[in-house]
Design a binder for this molecule. Structure first.
Ligand code: ADP
Ligand code: MG
Length: 707
């Protein structure tokens, strides 16, 4: 048998167990070896019964003197009681609801019992301990016992048993880290680490094994980033000379003064553009922090150097908003700006909408527009990722700006690099998602960072309130008042993202749809608001299951003031600008991460109107109340993200898909020192010398994309 052998070849694995194991991703012997415990119980100390004290987690070794079962009067459960003698004293042991125990165990047998010592009026006892016949190599008792994440229908004992059956295969594991790299990183051999993670002899073993295994996961990510970084750094980019005078004029023409952070970010970008090496930068800044002008400055400089700029947004609405902003920002120059999406084709704000109503000029065919792009008549091309279609050919593309979709940015960029033969365009990714440094280093290790932390001065703070349900009517009255004053309102409902965590269970994410009283679904809420609460107002709804044309249409209606109240799921999260909206009402707020709530909140307060964010909850545990209260008084997206990263982990903060993208099983964003170590070791890596490392990155990518 080898590592790739199916686990079904093992003893005691039937069809049912096979299925359940595959739920955990365990199909081969290797999968089993790489299935790691998430914690341990230390039952390594074997004590005499006479020396026991209440509260200890220990192992005793003794003979069964008595054992019998009876049915409890109250709970109707089977209770098994035994008396154990180890030469020093006797101890009572009890199990609940495990009728088979009295058949398995017999008077006179000597066993290990591992569990917690408790005390009641009759003295000390052990409740539901793990037990095992006395032998040299134990699995469930008398050692540091691993606790694995489980799924329904599999027990700790089963996993431990299976692992003990295959542990000798560790000798077949080939360490993918070259010896000298391992030395530099100061991590143990992979075989040893795998053995120790399942069968540690002491706490040090666990620490060393964890370090090695976490390092492996984080190192692959860093290697990948390093490969990208190296590929980019050897390629050539157009040099964009700084247009100092025009840039000064541009800044002077703005109706506001740039914040210090905006100036620093702009400067960093302009510096990068001036180099013959492609810029690869992530511009992070809270909603409303003013990233657009920074991008505008980079665009202006690029176009004044006679190159083209492409700006991509994840949705048509966002693309259109950018188009409008850029037309205004660049109006003082002879710069041609176009918008190109599936349903819209505009040049320089001449209204040419293809399927919409406001066709003022003759409509522009895709062919005409792409000819203008290819000939270089158009300088700034704004759109969705449709821009990356092979049909669109640029003349001299020198800068690609991607808004709110960094992952997509990186992947697409690779394809752009491949397409562009001589010069690779500079790349700027923008996001309002606050990404703490540790996360950025891991996820976007290949990107340089510019951060806008400071908000423009005169920004009004959005008033945030956690509202008790008995004040709901007051909130509705308030909303009606706002609408009367001409404002608009968002109502956000969760689409079920309840994470249940049972001690020995793997995290189960429940995507079941609502209908229950617990969760407010968009449609139910919409019906209620539209028919009962605000029959006289214009209410509409939005959710992810709608066709994108429908979504865009509803958003357009909201943007143009045809809707007063928009009931929506989290699809409105990304940078949509509705300056007239002043109330953000969030149902089931406990279901969202704080960073996400912050994104919602950023949808309002985008003009001079005082804005409000109301949070409602359907069930309030103390913990979630604490989180929401923290949110109530904190306006800094970074602080909120950091808080949630600690409390709820990266999955909750950045969505399971993104943290899933990293494929982390054992490492987390809290492993800052290992993240740094992995980054340091990866920096400047000579991939010619270590082809195995390159291969590993390839395998990792394949794994991730298969999911
Ligand atoms: P985001 O970073 O969310 O994309 P925007 O670039 O859309 O933010 O800017 C939000 C609003 O703030 C815009 O109306 C913009 O004109 C304005 N703005 C940008 N910078 C400043 C500033 N330094 N002072 C005042 N208002 C600013
Ligand atoms: Mg923006």
């Amino acid at each position: 048998m080898n590592l790739k052998e199916k686990v079904t070849k093992l003893n005691r694995i039937g069809k049912t167990l096979e299925k359940r194991l595959s739920v955990l991703g365990i199909e081969t012997v290797e999968d089993l070896l790489f299935y790691f415990p998430f914690r341990y119980e230390d039952y390594s100390s074997i004590l005499t019964i006479a020396s026991l004290q209440a509260g200890q987690e220990v192992t005793i070794k003794g003979k069964i003197e008595l054992i019998n079962s009876k049915r409890s009067h109250k709970s109707r459960k089977i209770i098994t009681e035994a008396l154990i003698f180890d030469g020093s004293e006797r101890l009572r042991v009890v199990w609940f609801g495990q009728p088979f125990i009295s058949k398995n165990l017999h008077v006179g047998e000597e066993l290990f019992f591992s569990g917690k010592v408790k005390s009641d009026i009759f003295g000390l006892q052990m409740v539901s301990p793990a037990y095992e016949r006395v032998k040299k190599e134990t699995t469930h008792t008398a050692r540091i016992v691993p606790i694995y994440p489980l799924t329904i229908g599999i027990t700790q004992k089963q996993i431990r048993f299976l692992v003990s059956q295959v542990v000798h295969y560790v000798d077949e594991i080939v360490d993918w880290l070259p010896d000298d790299v391992r030395d530099v990183a100061d991590v143990m051999e992979l075989r040893e680490a795998i053995r120790s993670i399942h069968f540690p002899e002491n706490q040090d073993d666990i620490a060393h094994a964890e370090k090695r295994l976490k390092f492996d996961e984080l190192f692959v990510l860093q290697l990948r980033a390093e490969m990208l970084r190296q590929a980019i750094s050897v390629s050539k980019a157009p040099v964009i000379k700084f247009q100092e005078n025009y840039t000064k004029e541009f800044v002077a023409s703005l109706p506001f003064e740039l914040t210090k952070d905006q100036k620093v970010a702009s400067w960093e970008i302009i510096q990068d553009l001036g180099k013959a090496k492609p810029m690869n930068r992530l511009l992070e800044g809270d909603v409303g922090s003013g990233k657009t002008v920074v991008a505008g400055m980079a665009t202006l400089n690029t176009v004044l150097n006679n190159y083209q700029v492409a700006i991509m947004a994840p949705t048509e609405i966002l693309a259109k908003q950018h188009y409008e902003s850029f037309c205004v920002l660049l109006k003082d120059h002879e710069i041609n700006v176009c918008l190109l999406t599936r349903s819209m084709r505009f040049i320089n704000r001449d209204k040419v909408e293809i399927n919409g109503d406001n066709v003022e000029k003759e409509s522009l065919s895709l062919k005409e527009l792409s000819e203008k792009i290819e000939s270089g008549k158009i300088n700034v091309i704004i759109g969705t990722h449709a821009l990356l279609s092979d049909k669109i050919k640029f003349k001299d593309l020198a800068l690609v700006i991607v808004d709110e979709q960094h992952r997509f940015g990186v992947e697409q960029r690779a394809s752009l690099i491949r397409r562009q033969s001589a010069l690779v365009p500079h790349f700027l990714s923008m996001t309002a998602t606050p990404i703490p440094r540790s996360f950025a280093l891991t996820m976007y290790g290949d990107l340089d960072l510019s951060i806008i932390k400071q908000m423009p001065k005169d920004r009004k703070v959005i008033k945030t309130r956690l509202v008790d349900d008995h004040n709901r009517q007051k909130a509705y009255d308030f909303i009606r008042e706002q609408v009367k004053q001409g404002r608009q309102v968002f109502v956000i409902c969760p689409l079920i993202e309840q994470k249940e965590k049972d001690e020995n269970e793997i995290e189960i994410i429940n995507y079941s749809f609502t209908g229950s009283q617990e969760k407010k679904s968009v449609l139910i809420e919409y019906e209620k608001l539209n028919k009962q609460i605000f029959p006289d107002l214009r209410v509409d709804y939005l959710h992810g299951k709608l066709k994108s044309v429908e979504k865009d249409e509803k958003m357009q209606n909201f943007a143009s003031g045809k809707i007063d109240i928009l009931v929506s799921t989290s699809v409105v999260e990304v940078g949509v600008d509705i300056p007239n909206a002043s109330v953000m009402m969030i149902e089931g707020a406990e279901n969202f991460g704080l960073a996400q709530l912050h994104q919602f909140r950023g949808r309002v307060g985008r003009s001079s109107h005082q804005s409000y964010c109301f949070l409602f909850t359907t069930k309030t545990s103390v913990k979630s109340k604490e989180r929401l209260e923290f949110f109530e008084k904190t306006n800094d997206g970074f602080v909120l993200a950091e808080y949630d990263l600690q409390v709820r982990g990266p999955g909750a903060v950045y969505g399971t898909s993104q943290s899933g993208l990293m494929n982390l099983k054992i490492a987390t964003m809290k492993d800052i020192s290992i993240i740094k170590l992995a980054r340091d070791v990866a920096r400047g890596m000579d991939f010619q010398k270590y082809p195995s490392l390159k291969k590993k990155v390839g395998e990792w990518e394949k794994d991730v994309h298969l999911e």
